[in-house]
Design a protein around this ligand. Structure first.
Ligand code: AHG
Ligand code: MN
Ligand code: MN
Length: 376
């Protein structure tokens, strides 16, 4: 581990009394509580840069910018009830959804961070109709683009339930030095170079991957730093949690209802019945299932024939994370990261979670489809 202890973390009461003089601070760190054995997000990101021999440091800088913007949004979220930023803004986005004030605040915080950071030539956000191509020289020389959902689960803001931010980073395909183009944003998820999310929950966490495993950082409020708390996260092969809006079960593919019925059956050998858990904030549902093992399903329905969740800034980034943690994500049939996008705000039917549960849910879809083909 890199410089994992700094003098500012040593509180007076924790200093050893009359013991032997310790050679160095790292020695002291190992002797004190694990709380002092800290690796900050920035230290971790720059240590990992060495994994990419020709890295210029731009991606590292971009990830640290995301960490800073997340801390600002976290502050806004924590104080939302005290300021005048709860509730709806009174406008809808291009997708017809009512924008909450905090959706727009978070969007602006991230957008300013990306514009000022100069590492991305453009961005696309759930809250912006079109992509934004930065026109200053430094940004136009940026090698990356970013897509993000500034606040996920915004219907939960006013009721103090966990919400999140999701981000996805690609290398641009347009020439460096010019403006970002639509082609930069319409890349399949398998081209992502980094992705992750921030969860503003009972604690605030940032979880990300650059394709070499998944690591989670918890915001240590007292020092204002994200600190490594979940190293090399792996999801269990099979969990006991299924997450779906039950209200949609009669208006979606019947195979999903059959899978939910299977989850509710009693069977000792598989630990069923499983528990239904659905918060209504994708990030929060995803994070819980990643750690505990589970499956999250938001299918296409007769009310939302393309599905509800957005491929580019909700589904693909979390698919990259789950895959790096040993899980899978699909539209029920194929890996969502193989879909070639045609629109910025494209929606998709979404299944994500532990591989064993994914296999079974997809098998139900297939069984129903094959039966209906053989009957026709
Ligand atoms: P957003 O707040 O970014 O628009 O996303 C909301 C999404 C997702 O977070 C959540 O899982 C899902 O909508 C909940 O939808 P239902 O209320 O239809 O279950
Ligand atoms: Mn969302
Ligand atoms: Mn959102």
């Amino acid at each position: 581990m890199a410089s994992s202890c700094s003098p500012m973390l040593l509180l007076p009461q924790e200093k050893p009394a009359d013991g032997p003089i310790l050679d160095d601070l790292s020695d002291l760190c190992t002797k004190l509580s694990p709380m002092y054995d800290l690796t900050t997000l920035d230290e971790f990101i720059f240590d990992r840069q060495a994994d990419f021999p020709f890295a210029s440091g731009d991606l590292s800088r971009l990830l640290t910018d995301i960490g800073i913007a997340s801390k600002i949004v976290n502050q806004k979220v924590q104080r939302a009830g005290l300021g005048d930023i709860l509730g709806a803004q009174g406008v809808t986005n291009i997708q017809g959804e009512e924008q909450q004030k905090l959706d727009l605040v978070a969007d602006q915080v991230f957008m300013s961070s990306f514009r000022n950071g100069g590492m991305v030539c453009g961005l696309a956000s759930e809250e912006q109709d079109d992509f934004v191509a930065f026109d200053n020289e430094r940004s136009m020389n940026g090698k990356y683009i970013v897509l993000y959902d500034p606040l996920d689960g915004s219907s939960n803001i006013d009721v103090n339930v966990s919400i999140g931010t999701i981000f996805s980073i690609y290398r641009r395909v347009s020439p460096v030095g010019g403006p970002a183009t639509m082609e930069d944003f319409l890349q399949p998820g398998n081209k992502q170079v980094a992705a992750g999310y921030v969860l503003y929950g009972s604690s605030t966490m940032l979880v990300y991957t650059t394709g070499r495993g998944v690591n989670g950082f918890t915001l240590e409020q007292s020092i204002g730093e994200f600190c490594l708390s979940h190293r090399d996260l792996k999801t269990p092969n099979a969990g006991r949690l299924y997450s779906i809006n039950e209200g949609n079960l009669k208006i979606c593919h019947p195979g999903i209802g059959m899978y939910a019925d299977w989850c509710r059956e009693t069977d000792k050998s598989t630990g069923r019945p499983y528990s239904g858990r659905y918060i209504g904030s994708l990030v929060a549902d995803f994070h819980r299932n990643l750690i505990k093992g589970g499956i999250y399903i938001y299918p296409d329905t007769t009310a939302a024939p393309e599905g509800k969740l957005r491929l580019l800034y909700e589904c693909n980034p979390l698919a990259f994370v789950i895959e790096q943690a040993g899980g899978r994500a699909s539209n029920g049939y194929t890996n969502v990261m193989d879909i070639i996008p045609s629109q910025l705000h494209q929606r998709v039917s979404y299944f994500v979670g532990s591989p064993g549960m994914m296999d079974r849910a997809e098998a139900y879809l297939k069984e129903v489809d094959e039966k209906s083909v053989s009957e026709n």
